[in-house]
Design a protein around this ligand. Structure first.
Ligand code: LLP
Length: 463
């Protein structure tokens, strides 16, 4: 999605679209720490390990396609975000990126909170032991059943998204005899520089209530009139895979502007603002994301400055990174099945997965890198396209990749940075069986999501 052009490479310029790699990397065996999990390493024998375990051994034991999740990497990133924001702020991990009970336990232990956006995610969060007061519920069309489930469980905040929902939440809270803390999701009117499908703060879209035109201010009036709701703050999420903080700057400016209006109109200063998630990660060596400390410092400065300008006490800040925590923590291991050379074009390398375990390439034109991980190779770089086994030509895992020219059936490839929005968006197209997620740490492997089986498929097909 973010891509700067390489210097033109005459050999490949005719087959690679503008802006894509035009030159192979210097060393095909190198593992760029920007995209690989923290503990990934290539051993003297040439095979790659994560968490102290060879990916080939893991593939042997658990089969392919396989998600390998590096627990140390995940926990280290949680801590980095927690430490960067400090005790006066809250970090809510966005569960939509990837959620399982094991992950919920890690988050709880590392002091993060959790953002969920469906009854399913809420159930996993509660079953994993996240204290309900540390859970936030999101969504533009939460059902009454989901709202009931959340309020009854005692979630710390519901982010209300529409006029109808204000009434719905209030009624259910009243019925349950609760006063439910809510934040109001606002649309700040920022054009985030990212793929259209994952930009969420321009006005023409389904999320939130617009600041422009006064819908957000009207929603505040309505919430403040309802005894069963406690308005604790304003929420903004501008989009995903964003690399610079200028969009957050505009968002903070406008959100703080609303807080000042609320103070002037209602005489109340809301205690919280949430600037959402969306911080980008490196999918290839070309991407250059900021570290959590730089992001935290910049967001804090923006909020402090805006509040000083509006003469407001600085509210408690929260953020909701999903991809920036789990994205780089996992890689997907595939086995090569067929290698098809198209003379003058490229070589198609087919693997035993595809758009059912990573739909991001087909959906957003996402870019990934890929490495041969079962062995090292000194062969020449070969312009390749790594494709899946599904029945359509858009089933691409890595559009433009350089692999060693001796790559052959039986080799294992791994695509790094697949921790976010891959397993969580996995599907059963062609009745594919969704791959397992194996957590690795200190030489131990643990299946945290098992592989789907044909019995699972047949159990759903009730005839
Ligand atoms: N908070 C809210 C309210 C969100 O809607 C999202 C993502 C996040 C936080 C976390 O965003 P992150 O930090 O993970 O970028 N399937 C797409 C991404 C959709 C994100 C939807 N909302 C993808 O694969 O890129």
């Amino acid at each position: 999605m973010s891509r700067s052009a390489h210097p033109a490479g005459p050999r490949y310029a005719d087959v690679l679209p503008e802006g894509h790699y035009t030159a192979p990397p210097a060393d095909l065996n190198a593992l760029d720490p920007k995209v690989w999990p923290l503990t990934a390493a290539r051993s003297a024998t040439g095979a790659v390990s994560v968490g102290g375990l060879g990916l080939a051994e893991l593939a042997e034991e658990f089969g392919t396609a396989l998600f390998v999740l590096d627990e140390d990497d995940f926990r280290t990133r949680c801590r980095a975000w927690r430490d960067a924001f400090g005790p006066d702020a809250d970090v809510f991990y966005a569960g939509k990126a990837f959620l399982s009970r094991a992950v919920v336990r890690w988050l709880t232990e590392e002091g993060l909170n959790l953002d969920v956006c469906s009854g399913g995610e809420l159930s996993i969060a509660l079953a994993g032991g996240m204290p309900p007061e540390r859970i936030a519920l999101h969504g533009n069309n939460k059902s009454s059943a989901e709202l009931h489930q959340a309020i009854e469980a005692g979630v710390g905040r519901i982010v209300v998204d529409s006029f109808q929902e204000i009434v719905r939440v209030a009624r259910i809270a009243e019925r349950l005899g609760r006063r439910q803390p809510v934040q109001l999701r606002v649309t700040v009117g920022v054009e985030a520089h990212t793929h259209e499908f994952i930009a969420t703060a321009h006005e023409d879209q389904k999320f939130g209530l617009a600041l422009a035109g006064g819908q957000a201010a009207e929603a505040v009036r309505r919430v403040l009139k309802l005894d069963s709701l406690e308005l604790v703050g304003i929420h903004s999420h501008i989009g995903s895979q964003i690399f610079d903080t200028s969009g957050f700057e505009v968002a903070a400016h406008r959100v703080v502007g609303l807080l000042a209006e609320i103070r002037d109109e209602h005489g109340v200063e809301l205690p919280e603002i949430d600037l959402g998630g969306g911080l980008g990660i490196a999918y290839t060596s070309e991407d250059d994301p900021s570290d959590p400390h730089t992001i935290a410092k910049s967001l804090r400065e923006i909020v402090d400055r805006e509040c000083r300008g509006a003469r407001l006490a600085v509210p408690r800040l929260s953020v909701e990174p999903g991809r920036a925590i789990v994205g780089p923590s996992a890689c997907t291991v595939y086995e090569v099945g067929t290698v098809k050379e198209l003379p003058g074009l490229r070589t198609y390398v087919s693997v035993d997965g595809g758009m059912s375990d990573n739909v991001r390439t087909a959906l957003y034109d996402a870019e990934y890198s890929v490495s041969l991980v079962s062995r090292a190779s000194d062969a020449e770089p070969m312009l390749s396209r790594v494709v899946g086994k599904h029945c359509e030509s858009g089933d691409i895992v890595v559009r433009d990749a350089f692999l060693p020219a001796d790559v052959a059936p039986g080799d294992l490839l791994a695509v790094p940075a697949t921790g976010a929005y891959c397993r969580s968006m996995a599907n059963n197209y062609n009745h594919a069986l969704r791959p397992p997620v194996v957590a690795v740490r200190g030489g131990e492997a643990r299946v945290i999501i098992r592989r789907e089986t044909e019995e699972d498929l047949l159990r759903l097909d009730v005839g």
